[in-house]
Design a binder for this molecule. Structure first.
Ligand code: PGA
Length: 235
């Protein structure tokens, strides 16, 4: 499975010029890794050459919703992924669930955040087919900007991914569950990136520093190719 590395720029950078530079410097090709850039809405159009994600979407396809962005608008800019239910947005599970459903029914891949089992189950309630669903395990206390934060240990993140995979497998099938990327997010940097044994990473603050971000991507790619080689020798 290709590893996904998602750059969540949050409310950065401040100008279009800086966004153009950040896009250019974040253009990193590494074997076995897909890099997805999630800029603020206003910069999506500048990322024509990237694999793009949005940071949110409205749950209704159309309507009088001032300030909102719809799935069709995102699709028209070639956006393939949407971050849904980030803890910084403080949305309740029912709203997140509606957003997950509109993305899946319209062919966008939702990157759904969860901090525990209960949240994961509530957010996927009634989702009959997972489509291109992506999950991110991110407890809020691991987000770098939060007071007293610290990254979740690789062991804990791994065991949450196993639990999530079991939930998916019971809900759908083993085969479908195995195809769903489960990522870890929260204070990922170039020193800890390769210790997480999940299907990829979601990177906030460190994605704004192209030198560090490049290191994260190459570290993950190198570890991945090493594992693949070992697998090939064994198999
Ligand atoms: P962080 O942000 O990497 O700065 O902790 C994570 C996120 O974007 O949710």
């Amino acid at each position: 499975m290709t590893k996904l590395i998602v750059a969540n720029w949050k409310m950065n950078p401040e100008t279009r010029t800086e966004a153009d530079r950040l896009f250019k410097e974040s253009r990193i090709k590494a074997p076995g890794v897909e890099v997805i850039i999630c800029p603020p809405f206003v910069f999506l159009e500048n990322g024509r050459k990237e694999s793009l994600g949005a940071q949110d979407v409205h749950w209704k396809k159309k309507g009088p919703f001032t300030g909102s962005i719809s799935v069709s608008m995102l699709k028209s800019l070639n956006v393939k992924y949407v971050i849904v239910g980030h803890s910084e947005r403080e949305e309740d599970d029912r709203l997140v669930n509606k957003k997950v459903k509109v993305c899946l029914s319209e062919g966008l891949a939702p990157i759904v955040f969860f901090k525990n089992r209960q949240e994961l189950e509530a957010r996927l309630e009634g989702v009959r087919r997972p489509g291109r669903l992506v999950l991110t395990y991110e407890p809020p206390e691991s987000i770098s900007a939060n007071k007293g934060s610290r990254p979740t240990s690789p062991e804990e993140a791994f065991s949450m991914s196993i639990l999530a995979r079991r939930i998916l497998s019971n809900k759908y099938s083993r085969g479908l569950a195995d195809g769903i990327h489960i990522l870890y997010g929260g204070s990922v940097d170039s020193r800890n990136a390769s210790s997480y044994e999940l299907d990829g990473l979601l990177v906030g603050r460190a994605s704004l520093n192209p030198r560090v971000f490049k290191k994260i991507v190459t570290n993950v790619s190198q570890k991945f190719s090493h594992q693949e080689q070992k697998g090939a020798v064994k198999g």
